[in-house]
Design a protein around this ligand. Structure first.
Ligand SMILES: [Zn+2]
Length: 500
């Protein structure tokens, strides 16, 4: 099935130029080795781990439930509890990461999907036994906790305890938290899964060929406008065919969020997100305001310039990410991408490259494009006792190299943070993206330094400007759009036309 689709893609992309045939030989592209987590989906080890997690949860409950308030001043007691909690979280993380990554590798595989669903539901049951812990910790009066924190080993966990306190105002009584936790399986999580499954099952008809999402999106980066347009129109057609499903998903998820927000006491539609990001609302508002004020001199000015370069008055949507030149080096083999990123990292700090190298040498990356595989890219931290895994859909464009550099930035950060343990290594999105964008920028600077042809340099810089507009301006536009959707949903059901 994989070879077949890869061949189709190759035939399609190379239909008009002979150059593309050789250019598309990307070398051997790795798939990840998940055996560092578990030997396999049917392995005894996985079953044993699930049983162990169940037993650990029961012991934890007996040991600590209902006792935190009276022992709130006792640093030794608290640190032992937190360490047990940390160990249990690590095991739960290992199990859930395996089930998720196994599924992400092939979402159309019904056995993988079933395992993911079954594990999610088992872990939810197990996690329910831990729900009391964070709630009780937050009930300990500040004065008592201050006394306990004089114990040095507990003081190590102070940043985590401080973070936890920020959630206190929005936490509900235990019974409600248990219900929310169990119901999440059939509410938000189920609808997210429907969205993911729908996307990965979608096929796009382009000039008589049937493609999955990633190769179709990749057509938008083609230097031939006809291919870009064919790709963009195929995307629109298939999305249009599925608009009812997407509208229902959006209506349900926004309503689900409104229910949670109301019960928890979040006022603004973005408050729960700001809390998760550990950033204050006014900070985000100032950022949004500054970016919006700059639309004219950033994105509007750039796309006007780009339209001129493309010889047009204004540019249609399929030209937004059009490359400026037909660069003969556009497609880079996997081995070249690896070398570029590792060299860029090494120039900054050899240690950074050393860490990144493990990802290649030990098969921590899944980069090949296959039907059914999750689209996009991510670096999953897994759990500190294992190591992160990276998912990419590598098709050899300079953007794909940047994506590799971006995800490796996350990956290196996650490896370095792992020694803090599962509780302290968790990073809000705001900080996490600093490491990844940094890795991306190092790689861009290296690429630019090694590019001497003026046209190629211009194309490279334009590509970077576009990435930045996507990271900053487009993201703010998404934020504003989502705000409007959530606010409108509070007034009633949304229609496809309304959302559009
Ligand atoms: Zn990122």
């Amino acid at each position: 099935m994989y070879t077949n689709a890869a061949q189709k893609l190759r035939v399609f992309l190379s239909a008009n130029t002979t150059q593309a045939i050789t250019a598309l030989d990307l070398g051997s592209i790795p798939r990840w080795d998940l055996t560092d987590l578990f030997p396999g989906p049917d392995s005894l080890e996985l079953q044993n781990a699930l049983n162990q997690a169940q037993v650990d949860a029961e012991i934890f409950e007996v040991k600590y439930k209902g006792k935190l308030l009276e022992k709130g001043y006792d640093g030794t007691f608290l640190v032992n509890a937190i360490r047990d909690y940390e160990a249990a979280s690590d095991l739960l993380g290992r199990i859930s990461t395996f089930a998720f990554l196994n599924y992400a590798g092939d979402q159309q595989n019904s056995a993988h999907a079933k395992l993911f669903g079954d594990v999610q539901s088992q872990l939810t049951q197990i996690f329910n036994k831990f729900v009391f812990f964070e709630l009780e910790l937050n009930q300990i009066p500040d004065q008592q906790l201050t006394v306990a924190l004089q114990y040095e080993e507990l003081a190590y966990f102070k940043p985590w305890l401080d973070d936890l306190r920020k959630e206190k105002a929005y936490q509900l009584e235990e019974k409600l938290e248990l219900l929310f936790n169990e119901k999440s399986l059939t509410s938000a999580k189920a609808w997210n899964r429907l969205f993911d499954d729908t996307l990965s099952a979608m096929r796009f008809e382009v000039n008589g060929e049937t493609l999955s999402l990633e190769p179709t999106l990749n057509l938008l980066l083609e230097s031939d406008e006809l291919k870009r347009r064919a790709g963009a129109e195929a995307l629109s057609r298939t999305f249009q065919d599925n608009i009812q499903t997407f509208t229902l998903i959006t209506n349900t998820l926004t309503k689900d969020k409104e229910i949670s927000d109301r019960w928890r006491g979040f006022v603004d539609v973005a408050d729960s997100r700001h809390l998760a990001n550990r950033v204050e609302g006014p900070v985000v508002e100032a950022l949004v305001h500054a970016v919006r004020e700059s639309y004219g001199k950033l994105s509007h000015r750039y796309y006007k310039l780009k339209a001129k370069w493309l010889g047009k008055q204004s540019i249609p949507y399929w030209d937004r990410n059009a490359p400026l030149t037909v660069n003969p080096e556009r497609f880079m083999k996997w081995s070249e991408a690896k070398e570029i990123v590792l060299n860029a990292y090494a120039d900054f700090a050899p240690q950074m490259a050393d860490i990144a190298k493990h990802f290649f040498d030990k098969n921590w990356i899944d980069a090949s494009v296959r039907p059914g595989k999750a689209p996009g890219a991510f670096s999953h931290p897994a759990t500190p006792s294992v190591h992160p895994y990276i998912l990419l859909n590598y098709l050899g464009s300079p953007r794909d190299v940047m994506t590799l550099a971006h995800e490796l930035g996350h990956g290196v950060h996650q490896v370095l943070a792992a020694k803090q343990g599962v509780l302290l290594s968790q990073t809000p999105l705001t900080l996490a993206e600093t490491a990844s964008v940094f890795g991306e920028m190092l790689t861009f600077k290296k690429l630019l330094e090694d590019t001497h042809n003026l046209t190629a340099r211009k194309a490279l810089i334009a590509g970077k400007v576009e990435d930045m507009l996507n990271t900053v301006v487009r993201q703010v536009a998404f934020y504003e759009f989502e705000r409007k959707i959530h606010i409108a949903r509070r007034e009633g059901e949304l229609t496809s036309e309304g959302i559009s």
